[in-house]
Design a protein. Sequence first.
Length: 255
Amino acid sequence: MRRRLVTLSGMTSKAEYLEFAGRGNILLVKSFVELHREEIDVSDTNGNTALHWAAFKGHADIVEYLLESGASFDIRNTAEGQSPFLWACINGDTRILHAFVTKAKGRVNLLLDDKDMRGYNSLQTVTMNGKLNAAFYLVQQYREAGGDVKSYLDATDKKGHTALAWSAFKGYHQITQLLTRFGADLDQQDVNGFGAIHWAAQKGHDEVIHTLLENGANLHLLDTQNRTPRELAAAKNHIAVTTALTNAEKFPKTR
């Protein structure tokens, strides 16, 4: 039997409203909001609103409609303390990000600096999810809003990881290039003394290693256990990375 999408009275329920937002059914979302505007920010058991779901699933038309209709983008879910904007960052759709930025107006930098329970801001979130275009867009918006781009690039989560560290950890070569070009600190270390170069070495991401070395990352950087990036790569048997770091030690780049 086909599942019913409305209640017997013909009125959309709150649960269905959230489901419609996630599925991209803008007509039924509008129908609910027009009848129950005071409940536009109703949430599920995890604290996620319709705006959360539309942003996460990439439904730009619904996100734009909800924001125009007065939906709050400050509400945090209970699992990770994430706002609808941070869920939009997970998806990485620049049209959706732009809708939030436009709505934020005079407080764009506050929006972009906002962090969840783990300390992830917008740039870290798009980076760890591999969203290159979104990362470029956010840094540009931060700059246009008059913010200190360097502080945005080098912001850390609760374990001291920057966006560049996440990019190196994940092996996102193009994002690493982007963040480096914008001026991210190449040698900033986390609580375990790992810099981006340590993460790239341990994970065996040779393209990331080459980008970091080309831009002057310290290949002699020691973690809290006094290990160099080369030692980490060798311990994991990452031959290409170990070779690259060994050669860089033997033939240091002159500037």
